[in-house]
Design a protein around this ligand. Structure first.
Ligand SMILES: Cc1ncc(COP(=O)(O)O)c(C=O)c1O
Length: 360
């Protein structure tokens, strides 16, 4: 029987969903063409040694559900970060974990404050939770404007997002400014410190969760295996925080949300921290070289603390990205504001630099 496609269903879509922009994934190379993907902030390296074997082992048991809360990985993460297992919750990528955080702590009538431009999932996830998203413009040089974020907090604010390093612009929040900010945030407002790129940070003054957790029980850190650990395709992320907060996130989490292959791959990868750090060091060196070369061309590239650089191309963003595609390099254009380029293979970066020189 042919599926009837002519009749439009009358089921109403929640207005918050109907009005949402779609999440835009980094462009993939066209089928059959040799092209480099510098559009999704992925690792250019293959999985760490032993990870593929672990995935194959896990595949033998896929007729079974995985562990309900990925307990093996959660325990390994707790030991790694020096916290209790009850202080860690894992999920299907940190974007899913953030969704669970927002479901647990926000709803209709609440506000979620976030920097903008920042990670594009923030407004989408805030709206999905039923809350109102409040975007606060960035300050100079692509940095988060912490005083402006503070000023945006109202009695309805339940969650504030801090993205450090900020995707897509690059700078990290400094320890001193974050401490001042947290001292002033009401203690019943949750602050989510999104540290997706924390492994790449080289600024010695940059803040981490460990710097602020002892004095600020209202902070949760969001982390991922998608970037430095190179497991983007398996989808594993997690949050760390006080047990009462993490317990609430667990209640909102998708049951069996981390599959067995992902759990094992992440656990093995975590045990290979030194090998991961070697790879990160290579990416950081290439990132800094790319940023310097772009600055030498005249681009005002902000401080790059993630695995990517930001070109404030303004109105040229989309045509620039089209030119890069023609040169075999996929980058992420944000219409009217800029272009984000992930640090990738040296030949891809070289090709990108040649395109950038023509637009500088
Ligand atoms: C700032 C930030 N947070 C979170 C994520 C989500 O990562 P994942 O869901 O792959 O763990 C990303 C992905 O690009 C990101 O840039």
């Amino acid at each position: 029987m042919a599926l009837c496609v002519s009749m439009s269903p009358k089921v109403p879509v929640r207005p918050a969903i109907a009005n949402l922009p779609d999440y835009v994934a980094g462009a993939r190379p066209p089928v059959g063409r040799r092209a480099y993907k510098l559009s999704s902030n992925e690792s250019p390296f293959p999985p760490l040694p032993g990870v593929l074997a672990a995935v194959a082992d896990a595949a033998a048991d896929i007729n079974r559900y995985p562990d309900m809360i990925a307990a093996g990985l959660v325990e390994a993460l707790a030991a790694h970060h020096g916290v209790e297992s009850a202080q860690v919750v894992a999920g299907n990528g940190s974007v899913a974990v953030l969704g669970h955080v927002l479901t647990a702590f926000t709803g209709q009538g609440d506000e979620v404050v976030y920097p903008w431009r920042s990670f594009e999932a923030y407004p989408i996830l805030a709206a999905l939770s039923g809350a109102t998203g409040v975007g606060v413009p960035l300050g100079a040089e692509g940095r988060l404007d912490l005083p402006a974020l503070l000023a945006a907090i109202t009695p309805r604010t339940r969650v504030v997002m801090i993205c450090s390093p900020n995707n897509p612009t690059g700078p990290a929040v400094r320890r001193d400014e974050l401490k001042l900010f947290l001292d002033a945030v009401p203690s019943d407002v949750l602050v989510v410190l999104d540290e997706a790129y924390v492994e790449y940070v080289t600024d010695p003054d940059a803040a981490t969760y460990a710097d602020v957790a002892p004095d600020h029980p209202n902070v949760i850190s969001l982390r991922t295996f998608s970037k430095a650990y190179g497991l983007a395709g398996l989808r594993v992320g997690y949050a760390i925080g006080r047990g009462r907060l993490i317990g609430a996130v667990r209640k909102a989490a998708t049951p069996f949300g981390v599959n067995a292959a992902a759990e094992l791959a992440a656990t093995v990868s975590l045990s290979l921290d030194l090998a991961m750090r070697d790879r990160v060091a290579a990416v950081v060196a290439a990132r800094d070289a790319m940023a310097d070369a772009l600055r030498a061309q005249g681009w005002a590239v902000p401080d790059a603390q993630g695995n990517f650089v930001w070109l404030p191309a303004g109105a040229d963003a989309v045509p620039f990205a089209q030119d890069a595609t023609l040169a075999g390099v996929m980058v992420r254009a944000f219409d009217g504001s800029g272009v984000r380029v992930t640090t990738g293979e040296p030949e891809a970066v070289q090709a990108l630099l040649e395109v950038a020189a023509t637009w500088a």
